[in-house]
Design a protein around this ligand. Structure first.
Ligand code: ADP
Ligand code: ADP
Ligand code: MG
Length: 450
């Protein structure tokens, strides 16, 4: 085992990782930007090192500074969290060259799955059902037109390097295709430094359902059920739950077994998530694989009783998975609400600033993963997610009830939040009856009710 891990991230996920390390008896090194001197992760880690100015590219994406921080502190492993360098295969490669353990998959499988067009090709070959579309990247407008015509409109234009809902455009008719391609390309170029795109069929009203997997270095792999992440705004997740009400035990088994096939097809190790679109008839199509811990991992931890972050660390240190598929039982229902510092009434514009007063809910079945505290100033440079509120109960009905009271109890003064917006979702009849799909939040326009 290692005895010191550097966490190359910030916010709630950095805090989450520090907690897992403590429980494993591993010392922690936090890195922070000049804007994050007072951030919780920098305060609760055993050591903390400044790695540069506020902008991410100068700090949390500054590979040289992060590797130097490992050297100076004697950290033996790096946990990248999510976002930032977590899906950067070059960074994982460099960690290896510096004799550091990168807590995640091998750079080769990251590279393969990080290119979404390539990943789809690989999955298709392995017998995983994929969304119909181009076979890899599309090179010209003519080719794009031909493929779109063949699969039928509407289609999705998607960036090969995309993530976080960026670089995606829906196209309803042939005359809009060219403009959408240019828009997706320029967004992808600006965000990911790679403007390659591919095309796939637009699936109408599906669920976004993803399967959590864990794989060790010895060919053992398990799936920990699914998360329904269909509640999205502009392709970004807002609320997630496990299990999905759409998934029957038979479908769970089928999706789980296919996901394990996908894992073996790319030699995948560590924790990963395979995202699918699922229609009402239970047809499912591979969309992408995220080769990292995910924001919404807590709902899976609650229903499976498995600490996914601890398993990531243990697997990276060469431990065998301590369970087989038949040991895994899923119990109860978990819901996560992402709490963001933003104002839903003004098109969800970010609301950084000082938290003047704060009361977070608690009680049985309530979990909060957060990095904010009373008196903390949320800097304007990073993601607006300030907390994840998770409710766990034996049934979905009870979990909804717990979540409603927890949201009502949650008080934040000084900055705007989406707490009341989340409450509108939790009160909605269709949500309560689990009648929703990926278009739900855009159709309902809950913000106008606030
Ligand atoms: P999740 O399924 O974990 O919610 P998201 O796609 O929402 O995954 O991404 C989680 C975080 O990582 C978000 O803060 C998002 O902005 C960021 N992120 C995702 N992909 C990328 C990427 N390719 N480059 C930079 N940031 C990314
Ligand atoms: P990202 O890498 O940004 O997470 P994804 O490929 O996972 O991108 O897509 C993000 C979201 O966009 C999905 O969760 C889904 O809501 C929507 N989406 C993506 N592809 C399709 C499609 N072919 N049809 C309909 N919706 C789609
Ligand atoms: Mg995705």
């Amino acid at each position: 085992m290692v005895n010191k891990i550097l966490i190359a991230n910030r916010g709630e996920i950095a805090v989450r990782i520090i907690r897992a390390c403590r429980e494993l008896g591993i010392r922690t090194v936090a890195v922070f930007s000049e804007a994050d001197r007072n951030a919780l992760h920098a305060q609760i880690a055993d050591e903390a090192i400044c790695i540069g100015p506020a902008p991410s590219k100068d700090s949390y994406l500054n590979v040289k500074a992060i590797l130097a921080a490992c050297e100076v502190t004697g950290a033996q492993a790096v946990h990248p969290g999510f976002g930032f360098l977590s899906e950067n295969a070059d960074f994982a490669h460099m960690c290896g060259r510096c004799n550091l353990i990168f807590i995640g998959p091998d750079p080769e499988s990251m590279e393969l799955m990080g290119d979404k067009a390539k990943a789809k090709k690989t999955m298709k070959r392995a017998g995983v059902p994929v969304v119909p579309g181009s076979d890899g990247e599309v090179k010209s407008i003519e080719e794009a037109k031909r493929i779109a015509e063949m699969i039928g409109y509407p289609v999705m234009v998607k960036a090969s390097a995309g993530g976080g809902g960026r670089g995606i455009r829906k196209v309803d008719s042939p005359d809009k295709l060219e403009a959408a391609i240019y828009a997706a390309k320029s967004e992808a170029g600006a965000f990911f430094g790679n403007d390659g795109i591919y095309i796939e069929k637009f699936i109408a009203n599906p669920h976004h359902i993803e399967v959590q997997v864990l794989a060790d270095n010895y060919g053992n792999a398990v799936y920990l059920g699914e998360r329904d992440c269909s509640l999205q705004r502009r392709n970004q997740k807002v609320l997630e739950e496990s299990p999905s009400m759409l998934v029957t035990p038979e479908l769970r088994k089928r999706m789980g077994e296919i996901s394990i096939k996908a894992v073996h097809a790319c030699g995948y190790k560590n924790a990963g998530t395979i995202e699918y679109l699922v229609d009402e008839n239970g047809n499912f199509y591979f969309m992408e694989m995220n080769t990292r811990i995910q924001v919404e991992h807590p709902v899976t931890e609650l229903v499976s009783g498995i600490d996914i972050v601890k398993q990531q660390i243990l697997i990276a240190c060469g431990e065998k998975l301590p369970f087989k598929q038949s040991d895994i039982t899923l119990r109860g229902h978990a819901i996560e609400c992402r709490i963001n510092a933003e104002n839903p009434k003004y098109n969800f514009r970010p609301s950084p600033g000082k938290i003047e007063s704060l009361h977070m809910p608690g009680g049985p079945g309530i979990r909060i993963d957060s990095a904010v505290y009373q008196g903390y100033t949320i800097p304007p440079y990073y993601d607006s997610m300030i907390a994840k509120l998770i409710a766990y109960a034996p049934t979905r009905e009870e979990a909804i009830s717990k979540m409603r009271w927890a949201l009502a109890e949650f008080l934040v003064d000084g900055v705007d939040t989406n707490i009341d917006y989340q409450l509108e979702i939790l009160k909605d009849k269709d949500f309560i009856n689990a009648k929703y799909d990926i278009g739900f939040l855009d159709r309902k326009d809950f913000a106008s009710r606030l």
